[in-house]
Ligand binder design. Structure first.
Ligand code: PLP
Length: 483
């Protein structure tokens, strides 16, 4: 090789072939347009704080105190001054001070970790956080001594976001190139990309769009039969509830059907429940709750990135496992293998762990931070719903557009029933970006039934921004499809 030649190295083809449309060619084009001075609206990704959603004060107060414990004493002194000499601190009000409740909680967190945030923790996360997660799950699922099955802290892994948990399971399940995992179409491309990277087979199943993205046993059986005939050894089924990109919300009966299906066919279930707080006009029911004492392996995922929290950048989540299987030909449990996987990367980041702890430990009614916490939470959730409604109203004014299902997660996934001859949803989204600055993702990036076209839009921009861009989008649309 001479000095002018670049070195070429063979790489893992699975990584080369992986696709992730959420950060694909359309967002890349948006980045170029920004460099050229255009203002774009990044609705390609569920990243709420990028749109100015304010972090929940309670979380950030604890976070700052735990990161810098010296502030705890300082804040206590200020509280004492406030109590004894209100005038000395005139111009400030109660919310300018950190409550004793928050100070005590931060201090107790530090005592429990013993080592603070700057050291590695246990690979699966500190036990006291995993215990808090187990209590949260039991409370959410109304488990008590006479009803339901309790979560086991030893079967919980704190992760760098839910993505890491999903990757761990899929990496473990794909043992051979014929091993397959069933995923909904459309799906969040973490799943297709991870299956591809692991070298396995993606087995598609298709929730019924016209029936509000409903799912039933025969849809699953049909997809499984098809895969088996193709020689695929199907190992598990992924369910995203509430759905990304569809927003679809599964009811208890459907969850029961998925569990029965998995049981009959000896499959594991991967339940991605990161949007469990983003449910409008319906109730979230967890897979763990419906599973009860059924012996089907269940891997459930949750995250600090979504809901009303939106702490995507802090990378926190957990994986909870029920009925962990044993490794074939070996007496080792999946728990031990996942622990080994986790230990190779030492531990998840400790700030994410703290936020997971806070997510599962909301302030109790009557406590000092309660009111502000509930007000902030409700205002974020209401705002998201209002924005979804605004976009739905905009879609109603567009020719041949239909948007099915209830409002869940952070996205709408309208179907574009009419496009100019030869044009795809990718072309539509690219043109929409160029004309209006609105950055959406083409339906084909998530998978869709052949012959259909969609786009996904995150309902995160401010109402003001939507007021401005929706008329532009409607005008663009009605011109584009009638070309
Ligand atoms: C369905 C689904 N699962 C998982 C994730 C990733 O979550 P995290 O940020 O916790 O890795 C996302 C992110 O958008 C998602 O939509």
């Amino acid at each position: 090789m001479n000095n002018n030649q670049e070195l070429h190295i063979a790489v893992n083809q699975n990584i080369m072939e992986m696709e992730y449309a959420v950060r694909g060619p359309i967002p890349k084009r948006a980045a170029e347009l920004i460099k050229q001075g255009m203002t774009t609206i990044p609705c390609n990704i569920g990243n709420p704080q990028a749109f100015g959603q304010k972090p929940i004060s309670y979380y950030r107060q604890v976070l700052s105190l735990v990161e810098d414990p010296s502030k705890i004493a300082r804040e206590r002194k200020l509280n004492t001054i406030l109590k004894h000499n209100i005038d000395a601190l005139s111009g400030l009000n109660n919310t300018d001070f950190i409550s004793d409740h928050v100070l005590n909680l931060s201090e107790s967190f530090l005592v429990k970790t013993e080592i603070g945030l700057g050291a590695y923790s246990e690979s699966n996360g500190p036990l006291f956080i995993r215990e808090a997660i187990a209590r949260f799950i039991d409370k959410r699922d109304e488990v008590d001594t006479s009803h339901g099955v309790s979560a086991n802290p030893d079967n919980i892994f704190i992760t760098n976001g839910a993505s890491e948990g999903a990757r761990r399971i899929i990496d473990l399940l794909i043992a051979d190139k014929n091993d397959g995992i069933m995923i909904p179409i459309p799906q969040y491309p973490l799943y297709s990309a991870t299956i591809k990277r692991s070298g396995g087979v993606q087995v598609n199943y298709y929730p019924d769009e016209d029936d509000g993205w409903s799912l039933n046993r025969s849809i699953l059986e049909e997809a499984l039969d098809f895969a088996i005939k193709d020689g695929v050894n199907v190992k598990g089924v992924v369910v995203i509830n509430p759905g990304n990109p569809t927003g679809g919300i599964l009811d208890e009966e459907t969850i029961r059907e998925v569990i029965d299906f998995a049981k009959k066919n000896s499959l594991v279930i991967i339940a991605d429940e990161v949007y469990q707080e983003n449910v409008y006009g319906a109730e979230f029911v967890s897979f763990a709750k419906v599973l009860g004492d059924e012996k089907v392996p269940l891997f459930s995922l949750h995250s600090i990135s979504k809901g009303f929290i939106g702490e995507c950048g802090h990378r926190g989540g957990y994986l909870e496992i029920r009925n962990p299987p044993k490794v074939l030909g070996n007496d080792v449990s999946f728990i031990d293998v996942i622990l080994k996987q986790a230990s190779v990367s030492l531990c998840s980041n400790t700030v994410g762990q703290l936020l997971v702890y806070l997510m599962v430990n909301s302030p109790e009614e009557g406590s000092a931070p309660y009111r502000q916490f509930v007000e902030e939470k409700q205002s974020i959730l209401n705002d998201l719903y209002d924005k979804a409604t605004m976009i739905r109203e905009g879609l109603n004014q567009m020719d041949a557009v239909e948007c099915f299902g209830r409002t869940g997660a952070m996205y709408l996934f309208p179907r574009l029933n009419k496009l100019p001859e030869g044009s795809t949803d990718f072309d539509y989204c690219m043109n929409l970006l160029e004309k209006t600055g609105l950055c959406t993702v083409n339906g084909s990036g998530f998978g869709q039934k052949e012959g259909t076209h969609h786009l996904r839009i995150a309902f995160l921009p401010s109402k003001g921004l939507l007021d401005r861009v929706l008329p532009e989008w409607i005008m663009f649309h009605n011109e584009y499809v009638n070309k």
